[in-house]
Write a protein that binds this ligand. Structure first.
Ligand SMILES: [Mg+2]
Length: 194
């Protein structure tokens, strides 16, 4: 079986972080309102971001507000019959490194509840993503696709729309989806076409 390495945030799920920011700001920001990966700047200046992390953020498990992306469950279930699936994910928020410990438990608990057919012994929690090599790798951030996996797939996301086909081609990366809304259907075509 080929080894398939799949990122979690913005690939398997919307991790709920934006919802907690909306609760803090009393706003209704949606995924495609952003073009940068890190959306923390929307909170405000440095003092306001500090207030968010010190007095609000830790009261919530962001994964209580997480949602699986469209078709993720069904396609993962099919992929699981044909590939050895490893989930890999960073769990450190660079805006509050010292308070990121809870994310390990929150993300793990979310994944085993929502995707019970996957093997939790194959979950890899790391920010050193390029050390992990597989036959196929799926991620929404191009910088995480610099390792030695044989087939690299960029999962369409709000923050990677501007990356040109030429840039991807030069790096040996293919794209799945024109939007996160249809990217899993594209993954299905690419990896389950026989
Ligand atoms: Mg991601």
């Amino acid at each position: 079986m080929k080894k398939l390495l799949i990122d979690v945030d913005e690939v398997i799920c919307d991790p709920g972080f934006r919802t907690v920011i909306n609760m803090y700001l009393h706003t209704n920001y949606e995924t495609d309102d952003f073009t940068q990966y890190y959306i923390d700047d929307v909170i405000g200046d440095e003092a306001k971001i500090k207030d968010f992390y010190d007095n609000f953020y830790l009261k919530y498990n962001t994964f209580d507000y997480a949602t699986l992306l469209p078709d993720a469950y069904d396609v993962l279930k099919k992929l699981n019959e044909k590939y050895e699936i490893y989930l890999y994910s960073s769990v450190i928020n660079p805006f509050c490194v010292e308070k990121s410990g809870h994310l390990y438990a929150d993300k793990y608990n979310y994944l085993i509840k929502e995707l019970p057919f996957l093997d939790p012994f194959k979950f890899i929690f790391t920010s050193s993503k390029n050390l992990v090599k597989a036959d196929i790798q799926i991620d929404d951030r191009m910088e995480n696709l610099q390792g030695e996996s044989s087939l690299k797939i960029l999962f369409a996301s709000y923050h990677n729309k501007e990356i040109s086909d030429e840039t991807l081609k030069a790096k040996g990366i293919i794209r799945a989806g024109s939007s996160w809304k249809n990217a899993w259907k594209d993954i299905e075509k690419i990896l389950l076409n026989d």
